[in-house]
Design a protein. Sequence first.
Length: 149
Amino acid sequence: MAEATYVTDIVERTRLEILFAIKERIGELTRDAEAPVQLQKVIIRDGGSSHRDSVRYFEVNNLYVDENNCLCGDLVCKGARFDDDVLFGKSIEDLAIDDLKLILDALYGNNWSIDQSYSDFGMAGKPSGLSALFFEKFTGITRALRRGA
């Protein structure tokens, strides 16, 4: 019984680490602006709530971290019967590890873009020159401190 609890703790810690990595990557891509990251070709599963419900598949279109530091996304249901089902701003922090890993892989691959029309997003606030060097070093230190290193 103790081994099962230990394995469950390891799985949950791994899920939380992937979730943290997704949030960090979104912050890097958007430079902590309010712009969502638009994903392409990322399909996740949503299990049914009863034995009569079937597994539904959703495509994650927009991904962002809300003001409460919660990972959210706009989901479009895929499948013959559910094409009209769209969920805007749904919290996706409780997804399975496999689905979170798909999202993280997409963020490090070529299947993402950012809408340039957001006012907070752009090169105006990005440090350059010597200040950029110090900013990058400071960012790395604060990430290490937040992770408990």
